[in-house]
Write a new protein. Structure first.
Length: 459
């Protein structure tokens, strides 16, 4: 991907993975521009860094001539947009994001994290462990690190690059991992894969691409046929049959510690900087890959204690004796179950109000019963309308349908406009309470208002 003028254009630049690539090419001296449908904090950040972004599907806004123009495209942008059609018909060189990422990361030793759930947090923990150690790393992350306030880390002196390996549209098949974690293979993206079997087969092909070491969550060897010649290790939150596991877990309100057992010994009394139960498992996976590449036990302990989290991955926005407010990106039934379980373990006696914005009509259709089952474990639930993202509506598939399947007595369907006031009113009646907002759509834009409302309620 070279051009004499060093110009490059991004179709869908506001995506978290696309923005990391845009930042990379900007660092490499390219003039970078892009299109996205909707302005966001991330696109505004790119603009502040010198990257031109526009928001109308209008070919007249293109700052570059299309002939031989390198274009990075995400399938989240439909191929029938005017920009895509124009660039394709006028000689631009269009590559998927995954292809560009694969080419860039092939220049180093990619340490990849794949899986239906947990890959963003695990890869960000891994990047932090390496970054604060004597090893160092570059990283292309699927979320904004709270330690570094970016999704791109660059280190010319380190041979390693941490990569979130995304299974959407089989993107991770473009990677050539040196080592990889696989966290889970619970079926998702069935609009792309069609069947759970095809989804798992895609992970089996990905595993065959790993050259050195494959680290699987304990139990996945029963679900996947591993054809790789890579060395195989397993990890688990608590199962001592795994190669890497936790023991002596101590959970108190707002804190979490454990001992990490590994093939060469034990790292005692690890304290998590983000005390979430699911982060025990994420931290063990990240620590295993870090140690396999030279990070010392003391550096692991220090790194896990200083890890500040990932934006929208179990971020605590309000914390006082009456109200805890947490926001999380969870959007698959298993992810939501992990979020709810983590909250229950940290705050076992509090009333639990969950607010869920379903993401995609197809995902809501395919997992409606599973969503209803896990949401029914809350004390009270509020649903927002489905966030469509790239999809058109499907008749009969909406939040009202999902609400009808939830077995709770206290269940409500609200608009985004009514949500903030309603949360505060309900929380006031329930204290001490935990409020959890979950979803991968635009529910995050309400987080500041919810935070202010709940803080002022107790001010």
């Amino acid at each position: 991907m070279t051009d004499t003028d060093k110009q490059i254009f991004f179709l869908g630049i506001g995506g978290i993975g696309m923005s990391a690539l845009a930042r990379y090419f900007r660092h490499e001296g390219y003039t970078v521009a892009g299109y996205d449908r909707t302005p966001s904090d991330l696109t505004h950040a790119l603009e502040s860094e010198g990257i031109s972004v526009f928001y109308d599907d209008n070919v007249n806004l293109l700052p570059f001539a299309p002939d031989n123009l390198p274009v990075v495209w995400t399938p989240a942008v439909p191929t029938d947009t005017q920009l895509y059609q124009y660039l394709q018909s006028h000689g631009a060189h269009i590559q998927k994001r995954a292809q560009a990422l694969g080419q860039i990361t092939s220049l180093k030793k990619p340490l990849c994290v794949a899986g239906t759930h947990g890959k963003t947090t695990t890869s960000t923990i891994l990047a932090h462990l390496l970054r604060q150690s004597h090893i160092g790393t570059s990283a292309f992350l699927g979320g904004l690190s709270e330690n570094y306030h970016t999704n791109l880390l660059l280190d010319s002196n380190s041979p390693f690059v941490v990569v979130e390996a995304d299974e959407f549209d089989r993107s991770f098949h473009h990677l050539r991992p040196f080592m990889s974690v696989v966290t889970s293979v619970d079926p998702d993206h069935l609009d792309i894969y069609g069947t759970p079997e095809a989804y798992r087969e895609s992970f089996e092909h990905y595993c065959s691409l790993v050259s050195d070491t494959l680290l699987l969550k304990y139990g996945l060897t029963d679900k996947l046929h591993i054809g790789s010649n890579a060395k195989l290790f397993t990890y688990s939150a608590e199962d001592n049959r795994a190669d890497y596991f936790a023991a002596n877990i101590i959970a108190a309100e707002g804190s979490l510690s454990f001992d990490l057992h590994h093939p060469n010994g034990v790292i005692e009394n690890i304290t998590l900087g983000v005390p979430v139960w699911v982060n025990i498992e994420n931290s063990i996976a990240a620590a295993a890959i870090a140690m396999l590449n030279g990070v010392t036990p003391d550096e692991v302990r220090t790194g896990l204690a200083s890890f500040a989290g990932v934006h929208r991955r179990f971020n605590i926005h309000v914390q006082n004796p009456q109200i805890t407010y947490i926001d999380d990106y969870a959007h698959h039934p298993q992810e939501i179950a992990a979020s709810i379980a983590s909250v229950r373990k940290l705050y076992p006696t509090r009333h639990f109000l969950g607010i869920f914005q379903p993401h995609l009509y197809t995902r809501t259709r395919d997992f409606a019963d599973e969503f209803a089952e896990v949401l029914s474990t809350l004390d009270e639930v509020i649903l927002l309308p489905i966030y469509p993202a790239r999809e058109l509506p499907i008749p009969g598939i909406d939040s009202e349908m999902l609400l009808g399947k939830i077995s709770l007595r206290d269940k409500h369907l609200l608009s985004k406009q009514a949500l903030v006031a309603e949360i505060a009113e309900r929380a006031r009646k329930m204290v001490p309470v935990v409020v959890l907002t979950i979803g991968a759509g635009d529910i995050d834009r309400l987080v500041p208002d919810i935070t202010d409302k709940l803080n002022n309620m107790n001010g």
